[in-house]
Design a protein around this ligand. Sequence first.
Ligand code: NAD
Ligand code: IPM
Ligand code: MN
Length: 374
Amino acid sequence: PRSYRITLLPGDGIGREVVSVAKDVLSLAGSFEGVKSNEKIHSIEFRFREVPIGGSALDSVGVPLPEETLTAAKESDAVLLGAIGGYKWDANEKHLKPETGLLQLRAGLGVFANLRPATVLSQLVDSSTLKKEVAEGVDIMVVRELTGGIYFGNPRGFGYNERGEDIGFNTEIYSVPEIDRIARVAFEVARKRRGKLCSVDKANVLEASMLWRKRVTALASEFPDIEISHMYVDNAAMQLIRNPKQFDTIVTNNIFGDILSDEASMLTGSIGMLPSASIAESGPGLFEPIHGSAPDIAGQDKANPLATVLSAAMLLRYGLGEEQAAKRIEAAVANTLNKGFRTGDIFSDGTTLVGCKRMGEEVLKSVDTQTSAV
Ligand code: NAD
Ligand code: IPM
Ligand code: MN
């Protein structure tokens, strides 16, 4: 069998619950058995290694990203993360925040391109807060720059202004190589989709956005088959709700991508449905749901595990090139929804309310059915 090393980072809160489900689904989708001259064939074998990150790493090791964790991630073939953060650590100093650990991990792996698909599954049209005719058929890919911009820009910090008042400050900054590499990824992604790319910025106000728009415009000539457009982020936030079907691929900076992808998730019914893939120039990718640790429902078996299960599918597709196994997981999710199973966040009349674990068991059953059918 083909063998892969997977780093598991359950993290905090519901991260632990959803990664546990996704790990089982990944294992089963991989240990797909075919039969050849009466011999069972295991297609993929995973070697999992679980290491701490975020609040749980702060509690056990004292830092949000232990060296051992980054090393394990770098030495593996792909990384699956749940979520980090929680009330307990919210007042920590910046360098001891769970969120800092996640940002260090992204920087450490160099995963600059974050793909966040917002696909409205037909089974969930009724779970969207938008009208059926607005949500139906929406299929957007947000390409978010993940290792630059205001998240990482210097100067940053706390200090005093000339009046002696306390201030906090950050810097939105992009270099030409940073813009070019994320734009190229986005053009390529659009090429494999419907050939439309919308670059979202704030070029009417921000210098970093002015350079962004200039470079995206320049690069567009290398991709004459792609229909390129530019939109200000405030308008984009509105257009996503007004008429989301106008969008195919969106490329944007780190912070706008963070916000717009949470907004786009509600088109699909719930933030609990949105997976993501973060890709580096070389080395392992990082796969995680776009949601957080949801402290309000953590430990209650209420979380929707499908965003993480679908992130495991993206791990197979983008991280390992195992397209068949990825499709197997996506089909199992669709099948489970077809049967009417719903966690609380996507529940609607006439469907069956289940918890995180049960949802996982149902997805496993669906993977298993496909497995034995072949
Ligand atoms: P959140 O995404 O954790 O939760 C927002 C809301 O969505 C909550 O009501 C939550 O219950 C709900 N929700 C989220 N995921 C869900 C799921 N899978 N199923 C059902 N409901 C779900 O965002 P927040 O409340 O703003 O942040 C909580 C903590 O998570 C903070 O510490 C934050 O920094 C952290 N966070 C981490 C990540 C990450 O690890 N990538 C992402 C976002 C937020
Ligand atoms: C996300 C989260 C993170 C981000 C935080 C927790 C650092 O909101 O993955 O979307 O802002 O990127
Ligand atoms: Mn976010």
